[in-house]
Structure formats: structure tokens, C-alpha cells
Design a protein around this ligand. Structure first.
Ligand code: FES
Length: 107
């Protein structure tokens, strides 16, 4: 059960414990964190679940697959080096302490 920190663009921090084996998107929306729209429900079709992974975590996540990379070209806020789709990040105990930021906007 990793502890996740999601930081809104205005600096508001949401810290929560998330179950293993769900995506960051599922955990965040379940917890009620604002700013992740997830319009496609996690099917890697909308890019409205964009998050920016904190620098220290970028290399500790599995690399994005081709479909995620394709969609990251379509995010409403400019793509950054740590940009990922939160529906494609599966949580596991190794992600204890994961820190993510939300972009300015999702649409
Ligand atoms: Fe649609 Fe992640 S929820 S791409």
C-alpha cells in the first residue's frame, strides 16, 4: 500500500495511501483528488489523466508503451520530461513515496 503525493498546479498537496495493483488514476480519483478527468476510464484514449512524475521518480517507473507515448503528444498542458498518463502507472510497493504533479489543465 504505497503512499502517494499528488501536487496540484497551485501547490496544494494531496497525500494518500493507495492499494497495490490499481493505477495512479484509479487511486487518485477514488481518493477524490481533483484535476484528473480520466474521460476514457483508463483505456489510454483521452490523455486527460496527465501527471508529471517528480524528477527523482522518473527512472524508477516502467517505461511508457508506444500508445502512451503517442497520447502524450496530445495533452492539454505542455508535455514535460516527467509527463505520464496516470492510468498507465500501476501501483506496487516499490512506488512507496511516489511524488507526482498535476498539470495546469487537462482539457
Ligand atoms: Fe484516458 Fe488515461 S484515463 S488516457
Amino acid at each position: 500500500m504505497p503512499d502517494i503525493s499528488l501536487i496540484e498546479a497551485d501547490g496544494t498537496v494531496h497525500g494518500f495511501e493507495a492499494p497495490d495493483s490499481v493505477s495512479v488514476m484509479q487511486a487518485a480519483t477514488g481518493y477524490g483528488v481533483p484535476g484528473i478527468l480520466a474521460e476514457c476510464g483508463g483505456s489510454a484514449m483521452c490523455a486527460t489523466c496527465h501527471v508529471i512524475v517528480d524528477d527523482q521518480w522518473i527512472d524508477r517507473l516502467p517505461a511508457p508503451l508506444a500508445r502512451e507515448l503517442e497520447l502524450l503528444e496530445c495533452t492539454a498542458s505542455e508535455r514535460q520530461p516527467g509527463s505520464r498518463l496516470s492510468c498507465q502507472i500501476q501501483l506496487n510497493p516499490a512506488l512507496q513515496g511516489l511524488v507526482l504533479r498535476l498539470p495546469e489543465r487537462q482539457v
